[in-house]
Design a protein around this ligand. Structure first.
Ligand code: DAH
Length: 340
């Protein structure tokens, strides 16, 4: 069986199935998903069929995993079916439960739309979605990411402390959870709220980040650059002129910052890009060997690349907004302008 469909692939498939089921809009698309994931020709059914070719020992452990994957999909389908029949949906609650619903004119929050769009891109590349706590330990937020206590780079993060914990200052903290949970090879993303003590037109004490982490054999900087170029072009739906600038992050070596040609003036120079023609958009690099070690992955066998990007920043560039606070004021005149 392991030659045919590795369990890790089936687990990735499960994550994808659950996400698509949750977002199904009607019963007929739900039925299509049932056929795709549980039908006779689905990977799950084919794998179950293959079980009898395994030794008794393997059949027991693999069989249990396979059955649990199948019943998770079945349960999700059942639950969604009920929700669609009664007209209730948990989707709107997913990201921003402060977003008010205005009768028939209800729309998705622009940040929700941005995150769904990003998710779609990464799921198509076979990434798993991982998560970690927002109230995080110092270890996962800093130490495991090669930021030791008293290191000057900690001051780059204006951290909120809660007793002996921190509100995560970035989604990079999820890297360690992901590596420990899934091992290598790995393609993972994490997306969600992060917190820093900072507030003005372009900073908010709570904002969202997307983190991506690839771990595999023979990964290099060119792979990272290719993924970034593709991501930006899929997200902005056009050709994107991008450049990498040498930078420093404790958890990557080498590290770089990515700029794109200003979306407003196309690189000519304007107020938004401070006349430089470029906008700084994300941080990235090759995962530092000691970070892989903290994730229980052997840096002698595997390399990784990672990047982190602000979701609000992407949304502002995509929709041409200059004030971040619009996202949190929940003014219906603003919110109603965004459609899927
Ligand atoms: N965590 C960084 C920040 O919040 C962003 C970042 C930079 C994430 C480089 C990465 C990376 O994964 O490789 O500023």
């Amino acid at each position: 069986l392991s030659d045919l469909v590795p369990l890790s692939t089936l687990k990735t498939l499960l994550v994808e199935a659950l996400s698509l089921i949750e977002r199904a809009k009607d019963l007929s698309s739900l039925e299509q998903l049932r056929v795709r994931f549980l039908g006779k020709k689905s990977l799950i059914s084919l794998s179950l069929k293959k079980l009898k070719e395994l030794s008794l020992e393997e059949r027991k452990s693999t069989g249990a995993e396979l059955h649990s994957i199948r019943s998770s999909v079945q349960d999700a389908l059942e639950e969604k079916k009920k929700a669609l029949k009664t007209g209730s949906s948990s989707l709107l609650l997913d990201w921003d439960y402060h977003c008010p619903v205005y009768g028939e004119e209800a729309t998705f929050h622009p940040l929700t739309l941005t995150m769904q769009r990003l998710e779609d891109i990464f799921f198509q590349w076979g990434c798993v979605m991982v998560d970690g706590p927002q109230i995080e330990s110092d270890y996962y937020n800093f130490t495991a990411l090669n930021i030791p206590e008293n290191h000057p780079s900690r001051t780059m993060h204006d951290t909120f402390y809660i007793q002996d914990r921190v509100l995560r200052t970035h989604t990079s903290s999820v890297q360690i959870h992901a590596m420990r949970e899934w091992g290598a090879p790995l393609r993972a993303i994490a997306m969600g709220p992060t917190y820093r003590c900072d507030s003005d037109a372009t900073h908010s004490p709570m904002f969202h980040q997307l983190e991506a982490l690839w771990v595999d054999k023979d990964l290099n900087f060119a792979n990272l650059k290719g993924v970034l170029q593709e991501l930006l072009e899929l997200f902005f739906e056009r050709k994107v002129n991008m450049r990498l600038r040498r930078s420093f992050f404790p958890f990557t070596e080498p590290s770089a910052e990515v700029d794109i040609a200003c979306v407003l003036c196309e690189g000519q120079g304007c107020r938004t890009c401070k006349q430089t023609g470029w906008l700084e958009i994300l941080g990235c690099g090759m995962v530092h060997p000691s970070v892989l070690e903290h994730g229980h992955i052997d840096p002698a066998c595997y390399q990784g690349f990672a990047f982190g990007v602000g979701v609000e920043r992407l949304a502002m560039l995509k929709y041409g907004l200059s004030d971040l606070r619009l996202f949190y004021e929940n003014d219906p005149r603003f919110l109603r302008q965004f459609f899927r």
